[in-house]
Design a protein around this ligand. Structure first.
Ligand code: CTP
Length: 400
């Protein structure tokens, strides 16, 4: 993918052992199409050599504001003017303190003060330094000044301790940067999403579920978050990490059964868009056994079923009276795709129903979609689920 095609990124490195991850980061930013210019503090050069970063980016690395290679000798102005974003990784406690205060006594702090473009910082430090109230104060100030802060995360640290302050991995920083550049078409909107399968217990060890992996719903959650929305994700049993978890803006509720999903959705209906992506069980077992059902020679156990609520149809009913949320359903069919999807859309009374085209896409990373609206249909060509989700979000943002 070329998600960062043509973007100019000034990658500024301050001192910290996490600098080793930035070599990989520079490479992956370039692979996504970005132009990367590296600037390093003196301290950073003790952890990673400028030669390494120059070889990876194919551009000379800047370390001093007095660098005579810049014709007008104003490296700080030149470098910040050429960038679409400044990305500081690793961002030390010291550098974040300087930026929060507006100090400018070396190349990177001066570039930041002189910048006209947005700034992303990726903190990396020992846990006591991160927990220190001065650092917390500085991070809060940076956020107030519209600086994006990616991470840190918790884990084992180079100093031998364990805790908060560890820099994100290169692939997570890349995801954060790509997210940063997505159009903010749902800024300030609330999006509610159900994803994954549900599980209906038969006894304490057995149950009925389905093949949904949750990938499509989780991809929509990521795309909605990237678009600036506040996202509520209600997930059935699946093993997926919450997307962009380090950004901390998706609220996730894990449920097991359709009844639990129904209750969770109804308690969070105050939203602008509802994506009903989950494969919800239509029936639950009425006579759940409190004990494990034993094999018996007298025949197979008899299960009694009762109907679960149709969550999407219920939300659609509410939305008619309160005029929100905009409801989007999903359908997987085995035959007569367009006809079944049109009928389902009308029956559930939702403005949009999205159907998977082709054979089962459960568990796959790619999909092809048929979008059914009142009296019209359109297709989204085969692509990975995140890319399709971004297209869907863009489409829906024009309808609300
Ligand atoms: N859905 C729901 N609650 C249910 C069943 C389905 O919210 N109890 C939602 C799904 O999340 C999906 C849409 O309805 O967005 C279509 O689901 P699907 O399983 O394809 O359709 P059903 O209504 O269950 O109809 P059928 O199983 O007969 O095809």
């Amino acid at each position: 993918m070329n998600s960062l095609q043509g973007k100019k990124i000034l990658l500024a490195m301050s001192g910290g052992i996490a600098a080793f991850k930035v070599a990989e980061l520079a490479r992956s930013l370039i692979q996504e199409g970005a132009e990367v210019q590296v600037a390093m503090s003196d301290a950073a050069t003790h952890f990673m050599t400028p030669v390494t970063m120059q070889a990876l980016t194919g551009k000379p690395v800047y370390i001093s504001q007095w660098d005579a290679r810049i014709p007008n000798n104003m490296a700080h102005i030149e470098l910040s003017r050429q960038a679409d974003v400044i990305l500081i990784a690793p961002a030390s406690a010291d550098l974040m303190a300087k930026i929060a205060l507006g100090l400018a006594d070396d190349l990177i702090s001066t570039i930041c003060l002189a910048r006209e473009c947005p700034l992303i910082v990726v903190p990396a430090m020992n846990k006591q330094m991160w927990d220190n109230s001065a650092t917390q104060r500085n991070v809060a100030q940076l956020q107030k000044d519209s600086v994006s802060v990616l991470g840190p995360t918790s884990g084992s640290q180079a100093c031998g301790e364990n805790g908060m302050g560890r820099m994100l991995e290169a692939h997570q920083i890349l995801e954060g940067v790509i997210a940063f550049f997505q159009p903010k078409v749902l800024q300030g909107k609330k999006v509610l999403i159900t994803a994954g399968p549900t599980y209906e217990a038969i006894d304490p060890v057995r149950g009925i579920t389905n093949k949904s992996s949750g990938k499509m719903g989780f991809a929509i959650a990521q795309a909605a978050l990237e678009a600036g929305a506040n996202v509520e994700l209600i997930a059935g049993p699946c093993h997926l990490d919450t997307p962009l978890e380090f950004a901390g803006k998706i609220t996730r509720t894990n449920i097991t059964s359709a009844e639990e999903m129904h209750a969770a959705v109804m308690s969070k209906l105050d939203c602008d868009v509802f994506f009903s992506v989950a494969a919800v069980a239509d029936w639950r077992i009425k006579n759940i056994s409190a004990e494990k059902i034993k094999k018996s020679s007298s025949g197979s156990p008899s299960l009694e079923f009762e109907m679960n609520a149709d969550i999407l149809a219920e939300v659609a009913k509410v939305s008619q009276t309160k005029k929100k949320p905009y409801c989007v359903g999903f359908a997987a069919e085995t035959n007569d795709l367009e006809r079944h999807t049109q009928e389902k859309r009308a029956k559930k009374n939702v403005p949009m129903l999205v159907a998977n085209i082709g054979p089962s896409t459960f568990g796959l990373d790619e999909n092809e979609l048929l979008i059914i609206e009142d009296g019209k249909s359109s297709k989204l060509a085969k692509s990975d689920k995140l890319n399709l989700s971004r297209q869907l979000i863009s489409l829906i943002s024009k309808k609300i």
